[in-house]
Design a protein around this ligand. Structure first.
Ligand SMILES: [Fe+2]
Length: 451
């Protein structure tokens, strides 16, 4: 991030806080660019996401003219037909698009389905895609591709991720913010191109998302409209869901920096996050989903020499907003025993030692820092590829940084069971070489307070 942007963030914060929490709002961006498209009722930008429960999968797509919303699906045959909903979304008065979403439900676990979306008119239906539902319950080993900061220009890791998907290596894709660079650029044309690029991946696997700073235009209007995350009372900005033995919590770190859109959404998220972590720690819930993993865009911990990202900005996220030092995230993670936090934003990969309040917290087992660690493990995976440069690391390293790389790449994670989580980093620069790997082993999950 540039110094100018950092100054903007700081000044915005000061103005907002000095004005005694005056809350403002901003309507979606309006422009007058005309975007020409052919086949305006042909479905495009098709992607999947998890539904509100394991028997659902949600298909989302766009057309450039209004039309009906239908999904056909089934096992081997397109025998079930569901109507969906259509939303008009505008990046400009002459660039309306129509975002369709339809739920496939009553799905059988661990089963391959085929599906097709469109208006119902044979000339306006998509190609037939397939996906596989997850097993039910928590006794299976979900596999994830995880990354942030993937643009339409220079999406270096894209081909390798697609190749992995073609090999059936993942159950899900997790993209922790910064899409397309940017979804709203050229009046949404960049977002359309990016979502078309992603279709061969995202139409076959749930594509789970978190908001980043590059989505900030129009109070994150492109992000809010283009995706459909589960349990979506907050327009995809913060939500949670279960996958096997994992309880995922996705948050907006951007609420801490784009307070020009109102401070109340930050307050709402903080209150929700505290309650969400409390509920996830109820014995009956943590027994089923022992792993709690928090996903968000900007890191609480990183060591890049990238403006104030790993300094003041990380401080705000850890300890709270300036001056009043409230709404910090780190104590919530620590008190509620969040096992792993995955961030992006820095265009690099970095793994931390278990850390709390900027101090490495040693394991009780010498030589095994990730065996029953006594604090949350933070990993930054923001090197998927975009037109912006890598972020560099300083000569003098922080002691909580365990490993870092400026190679383009992405992460793979498999949660084998209630005790063993495997995480590795793929270097695209080094033709798929695994440049980092850890086993995070927890024989007990829960608050770190009494460890
Ligand atoms: Fe970012």
């Amino acid at each position: 991030m540039s110094v100018i942007v950092q100054y903007f963030v700081i000044i915005t914060h000061i103005i907002i806080i000095a004005s005694a929490f005056k809350i403002s709002s901003k309507s979606d961006d309006i422009s007058t660019e005309i975007v020409q498209t052919d086949n305006k009722t042909q479905p495009q930008q098709i992607h999947l996401s998890l539904g509100d429960n394991p028997t659902q999968m949600v298909a989302t797509w766009s057309t450039m003219s209004p039309t009906d919303t239908i999904v056909r699906y089934g096992v081997g045959q397109l025998v079930t037909v569901h109507m969906g909903t259509m939303t008009n979304f505008s990046n400009g008065v002459n660039h309306d698009q129509y975002i369709h979403s339809a739920i496939m439900d009553q799905l059988t676990p661990n089963t391959s389905y085929i599906y097709q979306v469109g208006s119902g008119n044979p000339n306006e239906m998509s190609k037939i895609y397939n996906f596989t539902t997850t097993p039910i319950g928590n006794n299976w080993s979900p596999r994830f591709c995880v990354y942030g900061d993937l643009g339409f220009i220079n999406p270096q890791s894209y081909s390798r991720i697609l190749s992995d998907v073609n090999k059936g290596m993942y159950d899900m894709i997790i993209h922790v913010g910064d899409f397309a660079y940017d979804l709203d650029s050229n009046f949404g044309d960049m977002g359309d191109k990016f979502m078309r690029l992603m279709e061969p991946i995202a139409a076959r696997l749930p594509y789970m998302t978190s908001p980043g700073n590059h989505e900030n235009a129009g109070n994150f209007s492109n992000y809010k409209n283009r995706f459909r995350m589960p349990n979506n009372d907050n327009q995809n900005m913060f939500y949670s869901y279960n996958v096997g033995p994992i309880h995922f919590i996705s948050i907006s770190t951007e609420y801490y920096f784009y307070v020009n859109y109102g401070l109340m959404q930050l307050l709402n998220q903080y209150k929700w996050l505290a309650e969400e972590l409390k509920t996830a720690n109820l014995p009956e819930n943590r027994a089923k989903q022992p792993w709690i993993i928090v996903l968000g865009h900007r890191p609480l911990y990183c060591t890049n020499s990238d403006g104030n990202d790993c300094g003041i900005a990380a401080d705000w996220l850890r300890y709270g907003v300036p001056f009043i030092h409230l709404l910090g995230i780190e104590d919530l993670l620590y008190l509620n025993g969040v096992d792993l936090a995955i961030w992006a934003h820095e265009h690099t990969y970095e793994r931390m030692w278990p850390v709390y309040q900027e101090k490495v917290v040693n394991s009780s087992t010498p030589g095994q820092p990730y065996f029953n660690p006594k604090a949350t493990v933070h990993i930054v995976s923001g090197s998927a590829g975009c037109q912006e440069d890598h972020d560099e690391f300083p000569q003098v390293e922080k002691d909580y940084s365990a490993f870092h790389s400026t190679d383009y790449g992405y992460s793979r994670m498999t949660v084998y069971n209630s005790t063993h989580l495997y995480f590795e980093q793929v270097s695209d620069d080094q033709k798929g070489k695994i440049i980092d790997q850890i086993w995070l082993i927890k024989t007990k999950h829960g608050s770190f307070l009494n460890d």
